[in-house]
Write a protein that binds this ligand. Structure first.
Ligand code: ADP
Ligand code: TRP
Length: 330
């Protein structure tokens, strides 16, 4: 039997190269392998927590959808859908809440970080925390368990969420009999946490991301913002600097070794940034064309997502019915 692979990206901003290397690229590669049966989706309800307006939701959801398609997702091979179009996810979310200990949610990183920040600032510990943030991992478990998922390709920051989904699946199976597959994360070693412009994890929320699809000028500008030290041309540079890390994932082995040797021999930061732009742009340009095409043909994207949702619901409803039977309501 084929292994089922599933992953989602929330539309909370424009897709960046961390999303691409951490989640999208490995997921597309898996979809080209016959051993896998792939389900990829836009996690729009997960985005509600951070988005400020309906306009943002629309804009970012199309950005993420067109990004997947531009990066090579083939809707004939992959079931590609919007989370919101599969209402069974939200029903299952409630059922799973009832086997999920509150303590497990208290330990979830995003929630804990917010509580710690409040504590540090002398604020009420619950300040700025809504139930969407608190329950986030349960909704994510529902996304995963509803499809009998074996493998979830994600970046390292999502590892804990997959572990929580495993815990929830195991407690449910223990209480009601084997219902859900216990999923495994798939995390690429090399790009599990790609650094951003400031050297921290690249993230939409840190304003340190290099957007995957922008025009060449904006890409060059983002690269120019990469923080470097103040060493002058001629002085040796750190071969593990952010520029070298980014260069490595875009260039082939030979080009990368030359770049690192040149850095050690004193290549100036300005020239290094120019070279990084060249390798990045060469990789992105063909996909950018496709991205621009889909952004100009949103009706095609809507149609692809609609057909994907129909396929997704077929599978989802089987698991959902089985769940209802096992809890005794059917
Ligand atoms: P962001 O942190 O920018 O909001 P998301 O949470 O939407 O990104 O992540 C979507 C997918 O991209 C997840 O699988 C996540 O692990 C992966 N990802 C996000 N940032 C990075 C990064 N800097 N390096 C590697 N993978 C990443
Ligand atoms: N929480 C994930 C993120 O922030 C997005 C997501 C939602 C997801 N549901 C999922 C990822 C299910 C994998 C599987 O990136």
């Amino acid at each position: 039997m084929k292994k089922r692979v599933l992953t989602g990206i929330k539309p909370t901003g424009y897709a960046h190269i961390g999303n691409y290397f951490g989640a999208i690229k490995p997921a597309i590669e898996m979809s080209n392998n016959n051993e896998y049966d792939c389900f990829y989706f836009i996690a729009d309800n997960h985005a509600l927590n951070t988005l400020k307006s309906a306009e943002e939701m629309k804009e970012y959801a199309y950005n993420i959808a067109c990004t997947w398609l531009a990066c090579g997702l083939d809707p004939e091979k992959v079931v590609f859908y919007r989370q919101t179009d599969v209402p069974e996810v939200f029903h299952l979310n409630w059922i799973l809440s009832n086997v999920t200990p509150k303590g497990l949610m208290n330990r979830a990183h995003a929630y804990k970080a917010k509580v710690e920040e409040n504590q540090k600032n002398g604020e009420d510990l619950d300040s700025g925390i809504n139930m969407g943030l608190y329950n986030y991992p349960i909704l994510m478990a529902a996304d995963i368990l509803l499809f009998g998922t074996d493998i979830v390709p994600v970046g390292l920051d999502q590892k804990q969420h997959i572990e929580i989904a495993r815990d929830i699946a195991e407690s449910f199976n223990k209480k009601y009999g084997k219902t859900f597959v216990v999923p495994e994360p798939y995390i690429e070693k090399e790009t599990c946490t790609l650094v951003g412009l400031d050297g921290r994890k690249m993230s939409k929320s840190y304003n340190n991301a290099i957007q995957l699809f922008t025009d060449e000028k904006t890409l060059q500008k983002s690269i120019n913002r990469i923080v470097t030290d103040s060493r002058l041309p001629g002085e040796p540079k750190d071969p593990e600097c952010t520029l070298a890390i980014l260069f490595k994932i875009f260039a082939d082995e030979e080009r990368y070794s030359k770049f690192v040797n040149d850095l050690k021999a004193g290549l100036g930061w300005g020239e290094a940034k120019k070279q990084l732009f060249e390798v990045m742009n060469a990789h992105i340009a063909p996909m950018r064309e496709k991205f621009d095409y889909f952004m100009a043909h949103k009706d095609e994207v809507d149609e692809i997502l609609k057909l994907g949702a129909e396929k997704a619901r077929k599978v989802a409803s089987e698991y959902y019915e089985k769940t209802l039977k096992n809890i005794g309501v059917k």
